[in-house]
Design a binder for this molecule. Structure first.
Ligand code: ZN
Length: 156
């Protein structure tokens, strides 16, 4: 009996959170971010913000340039700021076939594949991997790019 009461209470809470328009899992709030990279080795944003109530983040990366991935590829990789250099250096030797990331690198919180001019890609990840107020950096791990192509992601 006790278990039934708890489930009923959860169901009521979920319905009131959903507000009637949400078709996904009731408690999820998917927040969308967009960023673009260009042929001048630049992102168009230095900071990205994720509100405290977002449970999922869907980031879309667009490459607004014309150069191919092999020459001017870009990805979007989220790490703790303390891990930037280690992840970027390891990624450099992993090669384009691995999107310039060490396969299974536990320091990578989220990442897209490498794309070339005219392409776009996206990644969805859970904010359960983030700490509110934590120090996070996004970057491109194409060799040499992270020095310029990086910015701060703020959560909460
Ligand atoms: Zn790049």
């Amino acid at each position: 009996m006790r278990r039934h009461h708890v489930l009923a209470a959860l169901a009521i809470a979920a319905v009131s959170l959903a507000g009637g328009t949400h078709t996904a899992f009731a408690a999820d709030k998917v927040c969308k971010l967009e960023i673009a990279g260009n042929d001048a080795m630049q992102y168009d944003k230095k900071e990205l913000y994720v509100a405290a109530d977002c449970t999922q983040v869907e980031l879309t990366l667009s490459h607004t340039g014309k150069l191919p991935a092999a020459a001017m590829g870009h990805n979007w990789v989220l790490v703790k700021t303390a891990d930037v250099t280690a992840v970027a250096n390891a990624g450099m030797s992993a090669g384009l076939a691995n999107n310039y990331l060490t396969p299974g690198d536990a320091h990578v919180i989220a990442s897209t594949k490498i794309i070339g001019g005219g392409q776009s890609t996206s990644v969805t990840f859970s904010t359960a991997k983030l700490t509110k107020g934590g120090d996070y950096t996004f970057m491109c791990t194409f060799p040499g790019h992270y020095v310029i192509m990086k910015g701060a992601l703020k959560f909460g």
